[in-house]
Ligand binder design. Structure first.
Ligand code: S3P
Length: 431
């Protein structure tokens, strides 16, 4: 479905954003492996998290869903049952990689596949460590991507390892830690920079023994996990679009309530502050082991900055909309150390550069990021979202500052992480 947008007057008002995608996925998965019924509120009913629910139902887990509350009837660490058909992970990298870690420890075999995007995303990064643990996992087409076949755990079971990951990836880290639940000795993962730590926080809450020191997380095998209540905070990756819109559109003021501000996720706040953005963090509290706050964003004159290094994993999903914001800042913004953007739902470096250029921005794609010369006006254009939800939302935001009409192809892909995105944008424009 194509959608057309045009420039907007100030955006004003108060909003909430949907539940955090990373946390919603994990809630379903870990609750399935726990004893008892886990209640999850503010669960994200986006297509990705629904893929996780669908897969766990296929693995014999009873999951009741209502509006924004779900109940997962866990069956314990060894309670999953063999699926009757291939597991369909849809567009979701988190579902694919995390579930592969869990399936590696099961007494039954399974196959996993997803959409065209999933079938081109790198899976060797999980196949290698899982194989080192003794798992039987193969890429069916031999190209290092899904579809994946995961054999029943071998008679010797999975072994404890210490794995040094070449990438700072929470999906890789979580996959290995989840396989570690089924190992014969502790499993630890060291990553080059700290990636999001929701797995570590939530698995501890369910009763697993996990320790983190610096960039190393270590899990003890074979815990008994117990059901709990989880309130999912608002997703900072979804809030990011309205943070950018509020900073960029003159006269705007937006209050975003109940947003997760876990330090492994809050890089967007640091980046926009360094650009001169006026953003206040109000009413901080801890909810379900995760820090949350209300964010008050006001239109600001911005300047270009360099974004790289250890900050990158803490804002990796926000880089597309940060690139849009950089077009409206004075001076040059350099995004570097972000080569991971090339292997997301789309190649986000090339796709951002192509679409920003179509809108008249001065942008150069680099191997590991982008260089954006800010201060040039944007004009409406035909945008190809490549069915990537974060690209579609980034350009809906860009359209708010552009002269003329912007048409986004496959705009409905926002359903992956933010089903009501356009309605929320409309409500602010009317405010
Ligand atoms: C996620 C981790 C990140 C992120 C993705 C969600 C997670 O991916 O980009 O949207 O929930 O663990 P990587 O771990 O591959 O960096």
């Amino acid at each position: 479905m194509n959608m057309t947008f045009s420039k907007h007057a100030p955006l004003r008002g108060e909003i909430t954003v949907p539940g955090d995608k990373s946390i919603s996925h994990r809630a379903v998965m870990f609750a399935a492996l726990a004893e008892g019924t886990t209640e999850v509120t503010n669960f994200l009913q986006g297509a990705d998290c629904l893929s996780t629910i669908r897969c766990f139902r296929q693995l014999g887990i009873d999951i009741e869903t209502a509006q924004d509350r779900i109940l997962i009837h866990g069956r314990g660490l060894h309670g999953l049952t063999a699926p009757k058909a291939m597991l369909d992970t849809g567009n979701s990298g988190t579902t694919t990689r995390l579930i592969a870690g869990i399936l590696s420890g099961q007494k039954f075999s399974s196959t996993l596949n997803g959409d065209a995007s999933i079938q081109s995303r790198p899976m060797k990064r999980i196949m290698e460590p899982l194989s080192q643990m003794g798992a039987d996992i193969v890429s069916i087409k031999g190209n290092g991507c899904a579809p994946l076949h995961i054999g029943a755990v071998r008679p010797g079971g999975l072994h404890g390892i210490h794995y040094t990951s070449p990438v700072a990836s929470a999906q890789v880290k979580s996959c290995i830690l989840l396989a570690g639940l089924y190992a014969d000795a502790p499993v630890s993962v060291t990553e080059p920079q700290l990636s999001r730590n929701h797995t570590e926080l939530m698995l501890s809450g369910f009763g697993a023994s996990i320790r983190t020191e610096g960039c190393t997380a270590r899990i003890e095998p074979n815990p008994q996990l117990h059901a709990m209540k989880i309130e999912v905070p608002g997703d900072i990756s979804s809030a990011a679009y309205f943070i950018a819109a509020g900073l960029m559109v003159p006269g705007s003021e937006i209050l975003i309530r109940n947003v997760g501000i876990n330090p492994t996720r809050d890089g967007m706040l640091q980046a926009v502050r360094s650009m001169g953005g006026d953003i206040s963090v109000l009413n901080k509290k801890i909810s379900g082991g995760e820090p949350t706050a209300d964010l008050l964003v006001k239109y600001s004159e911005l300047k270009g900055v360099t974004i790289g290094g250890a900050l990158i994993p803490a804002l990796i999903d926000e880089l597309p909309v940060l690139a849009v914001l950089a077009t409206q800042a004075q001076g040059t913004t350099v995004i570097r150390d972000a080569q991971e953007l090339r292997v997301k739902e789309s190649n986000r470096i090339d796709v951002m550069a192509e679409n920003l250029a179509a809108m008249g921005a001065h942008v150069t794609a680099t191997e590991d990021g982008m260089v954006i010369e800010g201060g040039y006006p944007l004009k409406g254009a035909a945008i190809n979202s490549y069915k990537d939800h974060r690209i579609a939302m980034s350009f809906a935001v860009a359209s708010l500052a552009a002269e003329g009409e912007t048409t986004i192809a496959d705009a409905d892909c926002v359903n992956i992480s933010y089903p009501n995105f356009y309605e929320t944008m409309q409500s602010l424009a009317a405010g």
